[in-house]
Ligand binder design. Structure first.
Ligand code: GTP
Ligand code: MG
Length: 331
């Protein structure tokens, strides 16, 4: 037990030491840092990729000193390669979280995965937010019940989070609603920048407050981006920011072995006459970022049909589930 604690402390200290400014690099004091900045090397990344001789020349450091600073910069950037076996090992740590509907879990290969981004998209009322709230409850379940015995962050951009609905879902499973609500950290995002900032804050919740977060929900991912960048001319900027946002989400997922669930809207595609005339918004950037994309639509008698789209490792297919007073259930 004591050992474990020591290990934790050690890990935290290591995290603290990751250089962020030039001055954090070994052998780089304020004067050297100023010289480097004057020469155009103003970020850790720029030091990581510059020729050592030039770092030495422009800063007055020795070659050996410049080399040492560069190694530290490269370590900080985490620019290393991973071997295939390391990746296999990492994949074995993936955990799965139940959606509440066994058919839907099966479609996803056993539930939504940690280390991945799972996305649902579909029309109004198709069930995207209902799944979000159900996952926020389920992640708290013990592992043998399909949960991850953990806390959850809910980033709400449309003001759709409903504590009463969580209470209903918790009670249906015989759980204490207050305890369940206490472990859901809800943040309302008002702008896309705010939304992005909130994702960065999750790291702090984990490190500083020691929260055991295993699920981060963004409901919905695109609504603020969509309204803020409405004109055609702003699309490139929007996509750049979106790209950054998705990278931070993926980084969170990898770093803390947690699951990301995002919801998305559809846009009408008047140019498509055959097949389904709807597509997720967000373009290719989003299409490539989410490993699991699920298209949701309403079926008969309150049923919902989920279709897995473009999965790299699972067969395409459909699953039927339903939304009831209890939450997400088998149809
Ligand atoms: P938008 O965010 O508007 O794009 O839609 P969404 O896909 O997020 O829809 P959401 O998940 O909010 O689904 C709303 C639908 O869930 C309602 O129209 C109902 O059909 C169903 N629903 C929500 N609450 C209940 C409930 O307590 N009982 C039952 N039976 N159905 C519910
Ligand atoms: Mg919704």
């Amino acid at each position: 037990m004591v050992k474990e604690k020591e290990k934790l402390v050690e890990k935290e200290e290591l995290e603290e030491e990751v250089p962020k400014e030039l001055e954090d690099l070994p052998g780089v004091g304020p004067t050297t840092a100023d010289k480097l900045r004057e020469a155009g090397y103003d970020t850790i990344m720029s030091i990581a990729v510059a020729p050592v001789a030039q770092i030495a020349d422009s800063s007055g450091m020795t070659q050996a000193g410049a080399m040492k600073a560069q190694i530290a910069a490269r370590n900080a950037m985490d620019m290393g390669f991973s071997t295939g076996s390391e990746l296999v090992k990492k994949r074995t740590t993936i955990e799965r979280l139940t959606t509440g509907a066994p058919e839907l879990d099966e479609l996803l290969g056993g539930g939504i995965e940690t280390q991945s981004i799972s996305e649902t998209y579909g029309a109004f009322g198709s069930g995207k937010s209902q799944i979000a709230m159900q996952l926020a409850v389920n992640v708290q379940l013990p592992k043998k019940k399909g949960g991850l015995n953990a806390d959850v962050v809910f980033i709400d951009t449309e003001n759709t989070f409903r504590p009463e609905r969580i209470t209903q879902m918790a009670e249906a499973r015989g759980l204490n609603p207050k305890k369940i609500l206490d472990r859901i950290m809800v943040a309302r995002a008002y702008t896309s920048d705010h939304q992005m900032l909130l994702v960065d804050k999750v790291d702090e919740l984990i490190h500083r407050q020691g929260k055991n977060i295993k699920l981060v929900i963004v409901d919905s991912l695109m609504s603020l981006f969509r309204s803020e960048y409405a004109g055609r001319g702003t699309l490139a900027v929007r996509q750049q920011k979106l790209n950054r946002h998705l990278h931070s989400l993926q980084r969170l997922a990898d770093k803390h072995n947690l699951a990301i669930y995002i919801t998305n809207q559809v846009q009408s595609r008047p140019d498509v006459f055959f097949g389904n005339p709807t597509a997720a918004i967000g373009g290719h950037i989003l299409g490539h970022a989410s490993q699991f994309r699920i298209y949701l639509r309403r079926g008969k008698a309150g049923k919902r049909i989920a279709r897995l789209v473009d999965s790299p490792c699972l067969p395409e297919g459909e699953a039927i589930f339903k939304i009831t007073a209890k939450g997400i259930e088998s149809a």
